[in-house]
Design a protein around this ligand. Structure first.
Ligand code: CO8
Length: 256
């Protein structure tokens, strides 16, 4: 049985489900490998405009697999080259939406933070509990979390391992949208569907500039934005979008 299931529930939208219910979807090597492989392939699939990543009602993912790491040494961890698999997820060029129910702990919280949009169930649970097993976050939990919620909330989470609920995550800025648990996947698919109808080159530029700009000075980031904005005026979709507005009709985007 595959540990990551790929479905195409809607035109233009791919859905990836982590499928290790017996281990609360803990991220073992196989899950990480399959996630990276799927997203690398989906990046190239022209018909796919956005992807949703989810787990099940109990767990999005309860962290990296502790049983896989318990006996490892530093060199073992280096040789696993896990960062290359995480990088494949981070470099997915299309919008990635995490639909989070249940535990998003440790590597699971870090995985959710690799997404562009996080939809959380009210009772979801986000945590960086690594400190409780003698380590620290290793896939962005000290960095992406701080960028999302600020130093003081991130320190509190990483140093105590305390969890926050989906509702709290929404207030803190760790979730883009919070909905009743039963509606999480539908809400995420709905967002993906909306994005999949948008002009793809504009979508791609927005994601790229927004992410790159986070790590640049404001002047550099604004220049990146300006250049990408200007570039879009060379696309057919810009002409189509504006002409359709003027003619009071729906635009038909080609991704060109
Ligand atoms: N790793 C391995 N197995 C796990 C994990 C995990 N992270 N989480 C749960 N499981 C397993 C349990 O061992 C149990 O297996 P078994 O039935 O064989 O005993 C099964 O899943 C069900 O779990 P529980 O019985 O514990 O279920 P509960 O509902 O009682 O509790 C919890 C659920 C609260 C989520 C609990 O399982 C728990 O605390 N899990 C560990 C959470 C954790 O500490 N996560 C952080 C791990 S460290 C990490 O993520 C580092 C990331 C660094 C990224 C870089 C990676 C290389």
């Amino acid at each position: 049985m595959s540990e990551v299931l790929l479905e195409h529930p809607l035109d233009g939208v791919a859905l990836l489900r982590i499928n290790r219910p017996e281990a609360k979807n803990a991220l073992n090597a196989e899950v990480r490998r399959q996630l990276a492989e799927h997203l690398t392939a989906l990046a190239e699939e022209g018909g796919v405009r956005a992807a949703v990543l989810t787990g099940n009602q109990e767990a999005f993912a309860a962290g990296a697999d502790i049983k896989d790491m318990a006996e490892a040494g530093a060199a073992d961890m280096m040789l696993r080259r896990n960062h290359l698999l995480w990088r494949a997820i981070a470099q997915f060029p299309k919008p990635l939406i995490a639909a989070v129910n249940g535990y998003a702990w440790g590597g699971g919280c870090e995985l959710a933070m690799h997404a562009d949009i996080i939809v959380a169930g009210e009772n979801a649970s986000f945590s960086q509990p690594e400190i409780r097993v003698g380590i620290m976050p290793g896939a962005g939990g000290t960095q992406r979390l701080t960028r999302a919620v600020g130093k003081y909330k991130a320190m509190l989470m990483a140093l105590t391992g305390q969890a926050v609920s989906g509702i709290e995550a929404g207030v803190m800025g760790l979730a883009s949208k919070v909905v009743p648990d039963a509606e999480v996947l539908a809400a995420a698919l709905d967002i993906a569907k909306t994005i999949s109808r948008m002009p793809p080159l504009a979508v791609q530029q927005i994601k790229e500039v927004l992410l790159a700009g986070q790590d640049a000075s404001l002047d550099t980031a604004l220049m990146l934005e300006r250049k990408a904005f200007q570039l879009l005026f060379d696309t057919r979709d810009q002409k189509e979008g504006m002409q359709a507005f003027i003619e009071k009709r729906k635009p038909v985007y080609e991704g060109k």
